[in-house]
Ligand binder design. Structure first.
Ligand code: GTP
Length: 598
């Protein structure tokens, strides 16, 4: 295809503003999927997804669009992951296209992820077409939202396309805007050596690894021997194609085009997002700039509730890791929890997704220890180490100083909740960087320690704002602070899984809160149990769980037998989820709940 007839674009939006619905409409209106197949197609894909337990949803699609100027254009839509955890992936896929549709729900307005995603698009030098969605709803206020886009983002919204992705209204105008307002690919030569950007990859149990590429220069064809310039792997290309959205083979992909290749690549790990694909012989000289592998920033321990499932867990983790280069793991033993794995994730959502998949798809009940960020520990002898697990913290007397990752958090919130949000950020050691208003919503920007956000910040934010706040963040670097390791001792035994890094000034308060929580979470035993928080051997907080005197069934005055049995059953079910620490049994939820701050 001639460059001037190609348009490559992505859709950026806050969650639920209608990105997927709009994409479906674009596909439908251009007849990419025949009307009657539309529903069936989507359902099929989902069934297979469920069956194979993998995501095979096409995240790129080619659409042929006969424009009003009489020419047919090839539109390539790349779907970018919407979440901040995957921001490096987002930034790479943004670089594979030249324009973006900025979808904003006209009943809601600009939200935190709208901002984060649109700034990525602006960074990638995109032309941006604002699209106001959901105008079928009475609450839609297009003038206000257009004004907000101009005020907050600073792009012209006077000619925003007004649509309802639900009813289909305005979709033809979106297609025209893509052709007339977004630019074709810049440059690109057919005769040059092959240079293609690896945009994404996924595992398919029939085809192996499927790699999505954007060709910059040269031509990609079946039969070529290609080389991944960063990882060094070489492969024979079996198949080249495009998603329409079903996988369709094509003879070749030329400059400016986006499609997929398969080449008997065994694992997704061998295909790094942002890598450059070229031919093994007479390849291009320099890879595309800006490659950096995604590095896990949040770590936690995953242990099977039932220790006999350890091998199953290993199996599950190995399988998941094959398909996710940014998920890392190593074996870990905990005095308290037995054998498990220390796992690294890009962020909290990534952690939740992986944990859910292990529980759901592999049917393994897990104990998740408190998520922790990666600390940089500078030792007095001049050495340096990365700390992934607070339990491994070296003795403080050898430590020169500790640095922790900081984030820049952007929060959008209606006026009435602003006070609560500021208090929350302040409580989490935040430093306010900026605060602006757009209508009745405030945008606050804070510099916060990632450590304070990783655990339950998002839940707290949602609860103090009744769900009205939106939140997004990016890591801005490491900074020194007065951090110490706090240990928890239950019945005088340290419980390593409950060790955390805390700021010295907050240690007492956190320690006290944890001991109080644990006192409520741990059931009473036949003996008295001291619960203590300590820093370097010095106890800073203490609670005592008194000894059990009466049977739990004593509560049901008199003798309702069924109620008695029910209680005993509950007790039994609860017991399964208990962990034995010395002489004390600690329920599974204690490991997470004890660390929540409220
Ligand atoms: P994620 O994929 O979850 O990030 O969300 P999304 O941005 O893709 O939003 P999605 O397309 O799933 O739409 C979110 C909800 O809004 C769905 O319930 C849609 O049916 C609804 N919706 C989307 N567009 C419109 C519209 O134009 N009008 C109305 N009334 N509802 C819409």
């Amino acid at each position: 295809t001639e460059l001037s007839r190609i348009r490559n674009f992505s859709i950026v939006a806050h969650i639920d503003h209608g990105k997927s619905t709009l994409a479906d409409r674009l596909i439908q209106l251009t007849g990419t999927v025949a009307e009657r197949d539309m529903k069936e197609q989507l359902l099929d894909a989902m069934d297979i997804e469920r069956e194979r337990g993998i995501t095979i949803k096409a995240n790129t699609v080619r659409i042929d669009y006969p424009a009003r100027d009489g020419h047919t254009y090839v539109l390539n839509l790349i779907d970018t992951p919407g979440h901040v955890d995957f921001s490096y992936e987002v930034s790479r896929s943004m670089r594979a296209v030249e324009g973006s549709l900025l979808v904003v729900d006209a009943t809601q307005g600009v939200e935190a992820q709208t901002l984060a995603n649109v700034y990525q698009a602006i960074d990638a030098d995109h032309e941006i077409v604002p699209v106001l969605n959901k105008i079928d709803l009475p609450a839609a206020d297009v003038d206000r939202v257009a004004e907000q886009i101009e005020d907050v983002i600073g792009i012209d919204a006077s000619d925003a396309v007004q649509i309802s992705a639900k009813t289909g209204m305005g979709i033809p105008e979106v297609l025209e805007a893509i052709v007339t307002r977004l630019p074709p690919p810049h440059g690109g030569t057919r005769d040059a050596p092959l240079k293609a950007m690896l945009v994404d990859s996924k595992y398919d149990s029939y085809l192996g690894v499927v790699v999505i590429v954007r060709v910059i220069d040269g031509v990609l064809k079946k039969g070529q021997r290609i080389r991944m310039m960063r990882t060094g792997g070489t492969y024979d290309v079996d198949r080249v194609g495009v998603y329409r959205p079903a996988m369709t083979s094509v003879d070749e992909l030329g400059p400016g085009e986006i499609g997929f290749l398969t080449a008997s690549i065994k694992q997704v790990r061998d295909t790094r997002v942002g890598d450059t694909t070229t031919t093994e012989k007479k390849g291009c000289e320099a890879p595309l700039p800006g490659f950096k592998p995604s590095i896990p920033v949040v770590f936690c321990g995953l242990f099977p509730v039932d220790s006999s499932q350890f091998e199953d867990l290993r199996d599950a983790i190995e399988k998941l890791a094959l398909n996710d280069a940014s998920f890392s793991y190593e074996m870990e033993t905990s005095a308290a929890l037995g054998f498990g794995f220390r796992c690294g994730f890009l962020g909290l959502l990534h952690l939740e997704v992986i944990r859910d998949r292990i529980e759901r798809e592999y049917d393994i009940e897990l104990i998740t220890t408190a998520p922790s960020v990666v600390y940089h520990v500078f030792m007095k002898d001049g050495s340096f180490r990365e700390l992934h697990n607070p339990a491994d913290m070296p003795d403080l007397t050898h430590v020169e100083h500790i640095e922790e990752p900081r984030i820049k958090a952007t929060i959008m919130v209606p006026d009435e909740f602003l006070g609560d949000v500021l208090k929350l950020c302040q409580d989490r050691r935040g430093i306010q960087l900026d605060m602006t208003y757009a209508g009745s919503r405030a945008m606050v920007v804070y510099d916060l320690p990632l450590n304070e956000v990783v655990f339950d910040f998002y839940d707290r934010l949602k609860s103090v704002t009744k769900g009205y706040a939106s939140f997004d963040y990016q890591i801005i670097g490491y900074r020194q602070d007065n951090l110490v390791k706090m240990q928890v001792l239950v019945n005088d035994e340290p419980v390593d899984a409950l060790s955390t890094m805390v700021h010295r000034d907050r240690a007492e308060q956190r320690g006290r809160a944890m001991c109080e929580k644990l006192k409520d979470l741990i059931p009473r035993h036949m003996f008295k149990i001291p619960i203590q928080a300590a820093i370097g051997g010095k106890v800073i907080a203490r609670e005592t769980l008194s000894a059990l005197r009466k049977d739990v069934t004593a509560k049901c005055y008199g003798g309702d037998a069924t109620r008695k049995r029910k209680l005993l059953d509950k007790q039994k079910a609860g017991k399964k989820k208990m962990r034995q620490f010395g002489k004390v049994e600690i329920p599974q939820e204690a490991f997470i709940s004890a660390l929540k701050m409220d």
